[in-house]
Design a protein around this ligand. Sequence first.
Ligand SMILES: [Cu+2]
Length: 159
Amino acid sequence: MITRVVIAVLAVTSAVVVAGCNRANAPAENAAPAAAADASHAGHGRVFFVSPKNGETVKNPVQFEFGSETITIAAVPQGDVKETRPGMAHYHLGIDTGCTPVGEVIPRGVPTWVHFGTGSNKIEYPGTPGAHKFSLQAGDDLHRAIDGLCETIEVTIAE
Ligand SMILES: [Cu+2]
C-alpha cells in the first residue's frame, strides 16, 4: 500500500493593513485650461529697456533705449486720431512712477510721463542724482495702456 500523505499547509495570512497617508490625489480632470500664465504675452509681445538695465548705476544724463518684440512701434498719425491701428504702439517713459492700468490713458506731461509719439526709441534724460524708478509702457494711438506691455526698472543716477 502506498500511503499518500498530503500535507495541507494552511497558510494563514494575516491581513496586514497598512495605514498610509491618506493623501487625496487630485484627479487629472482638475487640470487648468489652456490659459497658462505665460499666455499673457502671447500675441501681445513685450517692451523692455535696452539701456539702462535694472539695478544699474548710470551717469547723468541717462541714455535710454527701448526695445520691443512682436508689437510694431510707430509714430502716432497726425491730426485728430479717432481710432487705433491694431498691433501698433508707441513708447512712454514713466519717471518715478509705475505702470498705468491697462486701458487707461497714459498721463501727459513732464516730469511724470514722456510720450514718444514720433515712434522714437531713445532719449537722453537729465535726472536728479539718486535712486529712481522708470517704467516703459506701450500705448496705442489713443495713448491707452496696452495689456502686458509695461516694464519697470530701478536705476541709480550717479552724482
Ligand atoms: Cu502716447
